[in-house]
Ligand binder design. Structure first.
Ligand code: SAM
Length: 209
């Protein structure tokens, strides 16, 4: 299979569609060249999942400039859903808040500013969907909290989970081992029914039994 051909075929299908792309979102944000945000095909996946499941409460770990938050919030806004998103970088959090206001979704988003390693253990409210997209070294460390914070039947989605097998820039190589560890933990966890999809840089999807 030629993944490059597959990807460009898929992207061609959607190029006329009126949804905000990753590139447009970054171009409209003052803070450029920050940590990468999700790919357009991952954004489409999130939209489809949200359209099907209509999650009322979403927890996102890793906001950056707020692209994935905005993609999800535009969907949940239709039925009054809420997103709690966690970010510890001051500049990114500021840029994200500006983007939420610009996109008209700020009332559907609560940004918790601080370290996810401290914030997650302090949360008790349950969520219908958890979207994991923080520093990859934290994925295995935060897995039990992610599962604890999910309602039964709730969905865990984790981005970048094919890092162990894709061509990665050298600067991300230290993220391969923790992702591999995370994938092994998720796929063997009794509480979860899961699969790993080749969307973007890999999307792990799991349902809490
Ligand atoms: C891949 S980016 C998130 C991209 C975002 N989900 C999107 O697609 O628009 C990961 C983010 O996690 C943040 N981050 C890393 N470690 C963190 C931690 N310990 N607590 C909170 N945020 C953290 C980084 O500052 C960065 O903005």
């Amino acid at each position: 299979m030629n993944f490059y051909k597959i990807n460009s075929y898929i992207e061609d299908l959607y190029k006329e569609r009126e949804t905000i792309t990753r590139k447009e979102f970054i171009n409209n944000t003052k803070l450029k060249d920050f940590i990468p945000v999700i790919d357009d095909d991952s954004a489409r996946f999130l939209r489809v999942i949200i359209k099907i499941l209509k999650p009322k409460r979403i927890l996102e770990i890793g906001t950056s400039i707020g692209y994935s938050t905005t993609v999800m919030a535009q969907m949940v806004k239709e039925y009054g859903g809420k997103i709690v998103t966690v970010e510890y970088d001051e500049k990114a959090a500021k840029a994200a808040k500006e983007n939420f206001i610009k996109a008209g979704i700020d009332e559907n988003v609560e940004l918790k500013f601080g370290d996810a390693l401290e914030i997650l253990p302090s949360l008790n409210e349950k969520f219908d969907l958890v979207f994991q997209d923080v520093d990859k070294k934290l994925y295995p460390l935060l897995l039990n909290d992610c599962v604890r914070l999910l309602k039964k039947g709730g969905i865990l989605i984790a981005d970048d989970t094919l890092f162990p097998v894709i061509d990665l820039d050298k600067k991300w190589e230290n993220q391969i081992k923790p992702i591999d560890e995370f994938n092994k933990l998720v796929s063997s966890k009794e509480e979860l029914e899961s699969t790993l999809l080749p969307i973007g840089d890999g999307i792990m999807v799991a349902v809490k039994n």
